[in-house]
Design a protein around this ligand. Sequence first.
Ligand code: SF4
Length: 453
Amino acid sequence: MPPILTSIFDFLKIGPGPSSSHTIGPMKAGLDFMECIRDLPDADRLGGDSLEIHLFGSLSATGRGHGTLRAIAAGMLGNRPDTCSPGLLEECGRDDAPIDLDIGGKTIAFRIADIVMDAVQHDYPHSNTMIFRFKTGNDTLLERTYYSVGGGFLRWEGWKAPEHGEPRYPYGTMAELKQHLKDNSIRLHTLMLANEKSITGLSESAIHEGLDRITAVMENAVERGISSKGILPGSIGLKRKAQAMYNSAKKLEFQGSGFLRAINAYAMAASEENAAGHCVVTAPTCGAAGVLPAIIFMLKRHMGAQQSEIRKGLLAASAVGFLAKHNASISGAEVGCQGEVGVASAMAAALQAYARGHRFQVTENAAEIAMEHHLGLTCDPVGGYVQIPCIERNAMGAVKAYNAFLIASTLDSAYQKMDLDHAFEAMAQTGRDMSKKYKETSLGGLAVSFPEC
Ligand code: SF4
């Protein structure tokens, strides 16, 4: 298996919701295409007078509800996902209002409403395909085909992997990773730090700062969510529930079912912020961005966990997420929700086990148990909005992560017969067998059985 070359900060990305493949990836495509136009020779660039953008696959089926069109426009206007304001997509104005795009030396007019929602079924290599054209009259001066491949990652035709340093401990499977831990007598977080340093060239303190920033964005999303009321954007008219759930937990002083209510509330809070198009962390995607924050918030607020322990937990969670991406998928459009909330739950279970100081085998078992019990989970967002089933599903994923941790940390870890590599293999195969109707197209499941109100 080729080694994993992903950086933690390419994986746990900060950006606007509600769907990393539908907002962060397309925002990056808009930004990149404008940079490509500005790189054209003057004669071509200054001769161009229009832009044509076509969306395919699940971007076409659900892009409008997911904020894809606004994300593309925001990117074309020069906004970057990790530095944009939390409410940027709400500030984009009306879809039919003209936007002046600076192409270097002149501006061209564009309207969000001109983006073409093209074929849902197509033969491009990835479901989330976008074609951008820069034109003069009917002639195309520049064309690029982009693929938003999940988790905010962007590829394009002819894309080549950027130069990376070699990982200090190369691994492509959990079995290989475990062998390094054994051979070198090191702990998981030490291995992950060493690899991050050698892949990115970052210092240990810069990596810690980055992990602390990620934690802060997650905690802010929970804080904002539990203090917000009202109706989420979109035609469903869905009311935010996190605050009411949090208040019910508080009434019970977070004891008994109050503790579980709190985990539910924290996951719903970050998910509702995501649904509102506000900033979250892809963990591993925006759609599943409530699960890890819920476990982190719970560990810090109710179990006295220190940030130094959360950092270690995030490193363990990243190892699990990397393996899922490398050997299966973290894209709902490819494998359904098992790749999003399922992987998030596995990451969160690993985070909790490792942050609480459990040994490696408990950490792997916790992740495996959480993943195993999400296999087959479909992606069928109602109306194309990351709301139903997504918000409650994040709450379920967080509670399952907590339960997976309890099972793994209570029972003898030698009893666990299934391992994480095989759980991911099963997830990839299940995803291949899953009908397209259940892969973020809103053509099946809850999306079509939802009662019209
Ligand atoms: S159902 Fe799951 S995979 Fe699909 S949009 Fe919602 S959170 Fe993402």
